[in-house]
Write a protein that binds this ligand. Structure first.
Ligand SMILES: *Cc1c(COP(=O)(O)O)cnc(C)c1O
Length: 358
């Protein structure tokens, strides 16, 4: 059996959720969109079911997967509905939905629900991606309130740069949101992971942590005590010695500058390991730090074993997890941990959960 696998530590997931909730106060929606950032939405939601106040996903299809798996907690559709036809399903599955543009408002006004909807009204406080303009927020709230189709309205916004603690724009967004919603009743929700960890002024009734649940700190300079959830690992399946000057792999990107012992590892970009990772990207072999050398191919990659004489055939290779930070790999590869985690595929997923195995 191919040894490539993703180990998902559901105890760590719960630890991170609890940490987010206590740092923020109030309640927290666990964001499990995009298959829980690649970790498996159903497994993650079940693991959090005893703790989480609710879940957030991108779209109806993701919510339906959770409902079909027996998740009964509130589930928020972060992008709301894409067409009026989805409103029946929203009602049937008791989903909460974001309303972020006028067309969604019209769909709700024209709907005939048997029970009122729960809506999160999104205000654009400066990210300029989704949400009602600050000056349009009160009127949108009024229409939702008056249409008779909605019971609760939570007010929300989303930050563009909360992971940059020294940048003023998050404070500006908070102030704009507060001004736009002053005097309107209802709960508030501002903080994503970076807002939870770095912006106490954004802590209101509901947090919406995503990436931090999976143990990748959006501000890695601070040690916030998060635990990595996914370990992406495989094994050395062959070993070869290179003489000085010999090339390695596609494009001969790497040339041996000294006699080099190369470990061939069953992991490639078809598994989600980034092809853009350069020579020198950290990996760990049998718990010892070393480096990627040579271009990552579809099913295999190569690592430097020169300094690790005890390592060889069958050695365990960690691509990211507790020994190798996914943030560090992402930085080297010119991307973010979010993208690496979402991209993991083909490998076997194995779950650890002390509550289930106990
Ligand atoms: C994805 C998302 C989040 C979670 O963001 P993280 O940076 O992963 O914590 C929160 N709110 C909204 C609206 C989102 O789309």
């Amino acid at each position: 059996m191919r040894p490539a696998r993703a180990l998902v530590d559901l105890d760590a997931l719960r630890h991170n959720y609890r940490l987010a909730r206590s740092r923020h106060g109030g309640q927290a929606l666990a964001v499990v969109k995009a298959n829980a950032y690649g970790h498996g939405a159903v497994r993650c939601a079940h693991a959090l079911a005893g703790d989480a106040d609710g879940f957030a996903v991108a779209c109806l299809e993701e919510a339906q997967e959770l409902r079909a798996a027996g998740i009964t907690a509130p589930i928020l559709l972060l992008e709301g509905v894409f067409e009026a036809g989805e409103l029946d399903a929203v009602e049937r599955d008791s989903l909460w939905m974001v309303v972020h543009h006028p067309e969604q408002l019209r769909m709700i006004e024209q709907a005939r629900p048997a029970r009122p909807y729960t809506v999160w009204l999104k205000v654009n406080s400066g990210m300029n991606r989704a949400g009602f303009a600050p000056e349009a927020a009160a009127a949108a709230w009024q229409r939702l309130n008056d249409c008779g189709k909605v019971d609760e309205i939570t007010l929300m916004t989303h930050f563009a740069r909360a992971d940059e603690p020294q940048v003023i724009s998050t404070a500006t967004q908070i102030a704009r949101f507060d001004a736009a919603t002053a005097g309107l009743p209802g709960a508030r929700s501002l903080a994503n992971s970076a807002g939870v960890l770095g912006w106490p002024g954004a802590h209101r009734d509901w947090a919406r942590p995503g990436i931090l649940l999976y143990g990748a700190d959006p501000m890695p300079a601070a040690d916030n005590g998060l635990q990595p959830v996914m370990t992406l690992e495989s094994r050395v399946m062959a070993v070869r010695e290179l003489d000085v000057g010999e090339p390695l792999g596609y494009g001969a990107r790497f040339h041996a500058e000294r006699p080099t012992r190369v470990g061939l590892v069953a992991m490639g970009y078809a598994d989600g390991y980034p092809r853009s990772a350069p020579d020198g990207t950290p990996v760990s072999v049998d718990g010892q730090p070393t480096r990627l050398i040579g271009r990552v191919s579809m099913d295999m990659l190569t690592v430097d074993l020169t300094e690790l004489p005890a390592a060889g055939l069958g050695s365990r290779v960690e691509l990211w997890g507790r020994e190798v930070s996914v943030n560090e790999v992402a930085k080297r590869a010119g991307t973010i941990a979010y993208e690496l985690l979402c991209n993991v595929k083909r490998v076997r997923f194995e779950y650890r959960d002390s509550l289930r195995n106990a």
